[in-house]
Design a protein around this ligand. Structure first.
Ligand code: BES
Ligand code: MN
Ligand code: ZN
Length: 489
């Protein structure tokens, strides 16, 4: 797994600033104000930072941009990085500044001067999240790009210790999710995915892997019908974190390690992107890692359905009718609408076995959600207003885009089948909503449930504020926050 950056908290040492190696970062307010470290660097550079504050371009300098003073006279450091962050900065602005500094830091070591800034923890969070690169498939020099350590100078390191420990736990969960999503499908098979989950046992997560014979015995025919064209065996991984009391929160993830579409084969253009179709399962894995690493006082179960959707002589045909674990029969009109089949059985099993207090499922479920919301927001569907409001607040606090979408019987009706209890697709319109209504059918009435369609947010072709191109880790922080807000207060 990609490690989080080596980061230490130390007490501000103004005398040391002249001699640090690598880069030095200081904050400047909108008014050009400097903290003691900034004033020290300003003196050493004979007023360079004060001149920056008075320069014509300064007021246009946006939060999240960094000015660089290269090879500054008066310091041994090779660069001084200056980021604008006011005393009253928002949490998200502070994170963005941290992320921008991590990007500007590159391979070098960084001394980050935060003094007594009230958003110091969030700046650190931004640094941790942005210092990520997926290198696992490269060789030679490209495989082991050095990553200089970060030394954070603050007035009271002890006061930040426990907050930063939690941020590290969550960032390492985010990195696990990104690594899983970025991994190609010949590397991350159902088998190797399950093995990686077993390793979460080291953190105290109880992990079970249900194999095909067991899934057959349980009646998970829908899930098995998706994987039956593949050489890789289908699996369900059950992860339990028992840190609290009472019925658990359940997280359920779609883990299609590759989605060719099956017999309803996808076109060649862009099919390689379907290596990220296990994104929902990747987020569940990342959250389990995060809460175990920070020893959350909460009961959470994470279940992922691992399958590969391939065409072959044994693959499911369009028109096949398959029975779900619940008992409902499903007419599989389109074998490319496979995620909902996997989730239906895992959702049912989750409720049957754990009687959870609430369920969140995550899936790269529909292209239609990208048409609707682009890459800025995940689609949020729910049968419970209070539960979904708690989630939406958590997502807002973490700066992860999430937008509620409707459900309703009119959409569910579109799934009527000529031959079976339900069809797996509902026609051209409202594709994300009919997909959500399909899942809704497999939720027992009283259980508060949220479905997150992350097809647009799990991975992006351009970099975001907090991640380079590729997997974002969207959802890990919102769900970690939901667990804190709902179960740990
Ligand atoms: N994995 C795809 C959805 C997807 C599309 C994820 C683009 C990420 C990016 C899903 O299994 C799928 O193929 N959905 C179909 C459903 C259709 C057949 C009803 C789709 O969205 O086209
Ligand atoms: Mn598909
Ligand atoms: Zn899919």
């Amino acid at each position: 797994m990609t490690d989080i950056i080596d980061l230490s908290l130390v007490e501000t040492d103004l005398d040391a600033l002249a001699d640090v190696t690598g880069k030095v970062a200081v904050l400047i307010t909108e008014e050009g104000g400097l903290d003691p470290a900034g004033r020290r660097v300003n003196r050493l550079t004979r007023g360079a930072l004060a001149r920056l504050g008075e320069s014509s371009g300064f007021s246009d300098m946006k939060t999240g941009t960094v000015k660089t003073l290269a090879l500054p006279a008066g310091l041994t450091a090779e660069e001084v990085l200056v980021a604008k962050l006011g005393k009253a900065a928002s949490i998200e602005d502070a994170r963005k500044v941290g992320a921008a500094l991590a990007k500007a830091k590159g391979k070098e070591a960084l001394t980050l001067c935060l003094g007594s800034h009230r958003r110091a923890a969030e700046v650190v969070e931004g640094v941790l999240l942005r210092d990520y690169a997926y290198r696992a498939q490269r060789t030679g020099d490209a495989a082991s790009v050095p990553r200089g350590a970060v030394q954070v100078m603050v007035t009271k390191p002890d006061a930040l210790d426990s907050a930063v420990a939690d941020l590290r736990a969550v960032a390492s969960g985010v990195f696990l999710t990104r690594d899983l999503i970025n991994a190609p499908a010949n590397v991350l098979t159902t088998e190797s995915f399950a093995e990686q989950m077993t390793a979460l046992g080291d953190l105290g997560v109880q992990v079970e892997v249900l194999e095909e014979a067991e899934l057959e015995r349980l009646g998970m025919r829908l899930l098995l019908s998706v994987g039956q064209g593949s050489e890789s065996p289908s699996k369900v991984v059950v992860m339990r974190w028992e840190g609290g009391e009472g019925a658990p929160l359940a997280l359920v993830g779609k883990g299609v390690v590759f989605d060719t579409g099956g017999i309803s084969l996808k076109p060649a253009g862009g099919m390689e992107d379907m290596t990220m179709d296990m994104g929902g399962a990747g987020v569940v894995a990342g959250v389990m890692h995060a809460i175990a690493a920070r020893k959350a006082k909460a009961n959470v179960v994470g279940l992922i359905g691992l399958v590969e959707n391939m065409p072959s002589g044994r693959a499911t045909r369009p028109g096949d009718v398959v029975a779900s674990m619940k008992g409902d029969t499903v007419e599989i009109i389109n074998t490319d609408a496979e995620g909902r089949l996997v989730l239906a059985d895992v959702l049912w099993y989750t409720q049957d076995r754990f009687e959870p207090r609430a369920i969140v499922d995550l899936a790269t479920l529909t292209g239609a959600i990208i048409v609707a919301l682009g890459h800025e927001n995940a689609g949020v569907f729910s049968n419970d207003d209070a539960f979904v409001d708690t989630f939406l607040s958590a997502a807002r606090a973490e700066g992860e885009g999430a937008w509620r979408m409707p459900l309703g019987p009119g959409y569910a009706k579109l799934l009527d089948s000529r031959v079976a209890d339900v069809a797996n697709v509902g026609g051209r319109w409202g594709g994300s909503v009919t997909a959500a209504e399909f899942l809704h059918r497999f939720i027992k009435d009283e259980t508060p449930w949220i479905h997150l369609d992350i097809a647009g947010t799990a991975s992006t072709k351009s970099e975001t504020a907090f991640a380079p191109k590729g997997a974002t880790g969207w959802g890990v922080r919102s769900l970690d926050r939901l667990i804190r807000d709902m179960l740990e207060t």
